[in-house]
Design a protein around this ligand. Structure first.
Ligand code: S3P
Length: 179
């Protein structure tokens, strides 16, 4: 008997990468898109282009809510695309409106890494306003704890520290093709 859920997945022409900041979405996304002959787009980049500002400036000058509204509009456009790999901002899953769009329209792949690894990847990078604080590692742990339930709600998940980017791509590709 055919698995109805799998058939739905086979229909999904958009693959969305979710996961905490610095879990490898913008490294794996373009590689995966290339492998599949798909386009690559990124909700953060769409927001920056739409607003003509960098994310850190949007947070500082307009506030996080403005960013979240623009992020939702970007996601609405992005999930309608066919043959597309979409990288999403780490906080996109915090909102039910975004979780619904993702679940309905995309094959959702969750990328993960340990807090220490994430910290190592972001510590010299000041583009992430939510990690500008006294103790970024503690903040990463707290945010991960709050968000984990949403990152776990996906069609496929993979650790980007256990596997190389190329191996991650292969595994994601296999899971996507199987549906
Ligand atoms: C955020 C993650 C960032 C960016 C913004 C907020 C978050 O994207 O959308 O700084 O809430 O986790 P990346 O996950 O691509 O760093």
């Amino acid at each position: 008997m055919k698995n109805k859920k799998n058939n739905i997945k086979n229909d999904k022409k958009c693959i969305a990468l979710i996961g905490f900041m610095a879990t490898g979405k913008s490294t794996i996304g373009p590689l995966l898109a290339q492998e599949l002959g798909y386009d690559f787009i990124d909700t953060d980049a769409m927001v920056e282009a739409e607003m003509g500002m960098e994310i850190a400036d949007i947070f500082a000058q307009l506030g996080e809510d403005s960013f979240r509204d623009a992020e939702h509009e970007a996601l609405k456009k992005a999930v309608n695309r066919e043959k597309t790999v979409l990288s999403t901002g780490g906080g996109i899953i915090l909102f039910k409106r975004n979780r619904q769009l993702l679940a309905e329209q995309a094959f959702v792949v969750s990328l993960s890494a340990q807090p220490e690894t994430i910290y190592g990847r972001v510590k010299n990078d000041d583009t992430r306003p939510l990690l500008r604080c006294e103790d970024p590692l503690l903040r990463i742990r707290q945010m991960l704890a709050e968000r984990q339930v949403y990152y776990d709600n996906c069609d496929f998940s993979i650790s980007t520290e256990t596997w190389t980017a190329e191996a991650c791509c292969q595994k994601i590709k296999e899971a996507y093709k199987k549906g």
